[in-house]
Write a protein that binds this ligand. Structure first.
Ligand code: ZN
Length: 189
């Protein structure tokens, strides 16, 4: 089922996600629906907050992106990122590392906004998968960026928080409009 994606201005996007201790049929359904929703919108990552659930859960799939490479290290060995896709991260803990890299970023909760964000180039991630089995790996390139972006969502942090003042000023008007529209929408409900 395609889920509604909440947009900037919705308070859910500022909520820290609760840890998931068991995979209930509802969580299983939610994971499947999040993948379906993400693919329909041509996204590469989607966090539970974006579909209105404050949970430590994100889904990621970067396989369709060919112009921005990703790297993966499994057990200290280089591996094909496709090996762990589609990727479900539950209760993730990450350690970003490496030189900062500036690159364009978008977010399904910010339609039509695209801006440069600087993040460490690599990330070490530990999480549980959809079967609550531990997964551990290092990622670089686009995959590292997506993981850091989604991890932020799980903590109520948004990519605009990591943009420079200059870029944020450039998109200020769009942001204000989006926020006002989200608030108006909420009042109708
Ligand atoms: Zn996002």
């Amino acid at each position: 089922m395609i889920l509604e994606i909440v947009k900037y201005g919705h308070p859910m996007l500022r909520q820290k996600g609760a840890r998931i201790e068991i995979i209930t049929p509802e969580i299983k359904r939610l994971i499947a629906d999040m993948f379906e929703t993400m693919r329909e919108r041509h996204g590469v990552g989607l966090a539970a907050q974006q579909v209105g659930q404050a949970l430590q859960l994100t889904v990621i799939d970067v396989r369709d992106v060919t112009d921005r490479p990703s790297t993966l290290e499994l057990n200290g060995q280089p591996a094909d990122p496709a090996e762990i896709m589609p990727l479900v991260l539950i209760n993730p803990e990450i350690k970003p590392f490496g030189d900062p890299v500036a690159a364009g970023e978008g977010c399904l909760s910010f339609p039509e906004i695209y801006g440069e964000v600087t993040r460490p180039g690599s990330v070490e991630a530990k999480a549980l998968n959809e079967k609550l089995k531990p997964v551990e790996f290092r990622a670089g390139g686009l995959l590292s960026r997506v993981i850091q972006h989604e991890m932020d969502h799980l903590n109520g942090i948004l990519f605009i928080d990591r943009m420079t003042k200059k870029i944020k000023t450039e998109i200020r008007e769009q942001l204000d409009e989006m926020q006002a529209a989200s608030k108006a929408e909420l009042q109708k409900k």
